[in-house]
Design a protein around this ligand. Structure first.
Ligand code: HAM
Length: 418
């Protein structure tokens, strides 16, 4: 038997209503904030990701699905959405259009991680990218969108964590001090972090291994090395959040696994998610457009993981099956009329169904129950001859007779008018 590959998941009909709710909520909120949807390819040239996410990050070093194209060029399944959005922004010369430009996207991403609950190899992100504004209110805007959207979904136990990563020069000034400190505690660090000391020392602060956390407790802090401009930007972000009543915690260890960030970096975690507790994350990336060959364009954005939201979504928020009408037509003449009626109901917007295998009224009503239909329209040959049908309320079992020509308008009124 051929099975799905490890770390990818089928979404069966029981789960898709929850997913639709998440997707619709995310899109609705993003549109409300002026973000417009874009759709970019699932695979891109490998260099795009290596250059943007960073050659020494876990994603680029260990997790990308990279393969040679038939002409030998190297392609990669996108591990995240920001790089592709920036590539499209540059390629379509959007910087020449009036700014700001605010995009949102939704789709599958691919990372070769060790699969567990909430961590997959094909997962889905909803993300937003706001191009063209260096004003700290642009950071607050995406943060408030993220917070309000997750709040609207009634996710439990959310915490917004925030850090100031400063400008590249601030980090360059800080790194030697940090490296000296890390070399002093090297023996206590995990093998991954020992390797990172030279390649990507800031990431050591973000390591979740308890020994590494203890060893880095006394490390010098980036906050103490920040320029006045970086501090001023961050202060305006935090005061902006306070003004909107959005709660947050400062976390000086938050570094993020992607190298393009500067200034504001953030994560929303959920206490109910165990080890994979980040529901969404993002930050400012003012240098990335230029780094990928475009003009200097400041930008800020985030992405949320849809699998993680789906795991936390309260049970009752799933929208059940849509209200349905079941057409129970039995007998030769009635079956033909019933099939036309089914088409008429659907054309007029009434969700309707019929099992073409059922031949008796009993078999039809059993199916109507199984589909949790609200109404069954019952018609046999005798009813059809008189131009009449019976409408049965499947919950109360009450029945009424109406003319065939009234069926769709009656059901439209009952099901489609608020
Ligand atoms: P990220 O933190 O790598 O950021 O991913 C964002 C979110 O995607 C995570 O918080 C998590 O919910 C979800 N996620 C990541 N990996 C997996 C996985 N293996 N399985 C399930 N869910 C996962 C980014 O991707 C940035 N592009 C965000 C961004 C947009 N920054 C600026 N703009």
């Amino acid at each position: 038997m051929i099975k799905a590959i490890k770390g990818v998941k089928d979404l069966l009909p029981e789960e898709t209503p929850r997913w639709r709710l998440i997707e619709e909520t995310a899109r609705r909120w993003a549109l409300r904030y002026g973000f417009q949807e874009i759709r970019v390819p699932i695979f891109e040239t490998t260099t795009l990701f290596a250059r943007s996410i960073g050659a020494t990050t876990d994603i680029v070093e260990k997790e990308m699905y990279t393969f040679p194209d038939r002409d030998g060029s190297s392609l990669t399944l996108r591990p995240e959405g920001t790089a592709g959005a920036v590539r499209a922004f540059i390629e379509h010369n959007r910087a020449a259009d009036p700014r700001p430009q605010k995009f949102c996207y939704l789709g599958p991403m691919f990372r070769h991680e060790r699969p567990q609950a909430g961590r997959l190899r094909q997962f889905h992100q909803f993300g937003v990218e706001s191009f063209g504004m260096s004003d700290p209110r642009a950071d607050v805007e995406v943060l408030s969108l993220l917070w309000r959207m997750l709040y609207d979904l009634s996710l439990p136990g959310l915490t917004l964590e925030l850090n100031n990563l400063g400008y590249a020069e601030d980090r360059a000034r800080y790194k030697p001090t940090l490296v000296t400190y890390l070399k002093g505690v090297e023996a206590q660090l995990c093998s991954n972090c020992r390797r990172r000391i030279d390649a990507n020392p800031l990431r050591v602060l973000d390591c979740k291994v308890p020994e590494c956390r203890t060893a880095t407790d006394g490390a010098p802090r980036l906050a103490d090395a920040l320029s006045p401009e970086a501090r001023a930007h961050f202060d305006r972000v935090t005061s902006g959040l306070q003004a909107l009543g959005i709660p947050f915690h400062l976390n000086h260890r938050l570094v993020r696994g992607l190298d393009y960030y500067c200034l504001t970096a953030f994560e929303v975690t959920c206490s109910h998610l165990g080890a994979q507790n980040a529901v969404g994350a993002g930050g400012r990336y003012d240098g990335l457009v230029e780094q990928l060959g475009g003009p200097v364009v400041p930008a800020v954005g985030f992405a949320v993981g849809l699998e993680r939201i789906a795991l936390m979504l309260p049970e009752e928020s799933a929208i059940g099956a849509t209200p349905r009408v079941y057409v129970a037509a039995f007998g030769t003449a009635a079956a033909a009329v019933g099939f036309t009626l089914l088409d008429e109901l659907r054309r007029t917007g009434v969700p309707a169904d019929m099992d073409f295998r059922a031949a008796s009224l009993k078999a039809h009503l059993r199916q109507a129950d199984r589909l949790r239909s609200l109404y069954a329209v019952i018609l046999g040959d005798d009813e059809v001859a008189q131009g009449r049908v019976t409408i049965r309320n499947m919950q109360t079992k009450a029945q009424e007779e109406i003319t065939l020509s009234e069926v769709s308008s009656t059901l439209q009124t009952r099901l489609l008018t608020p």
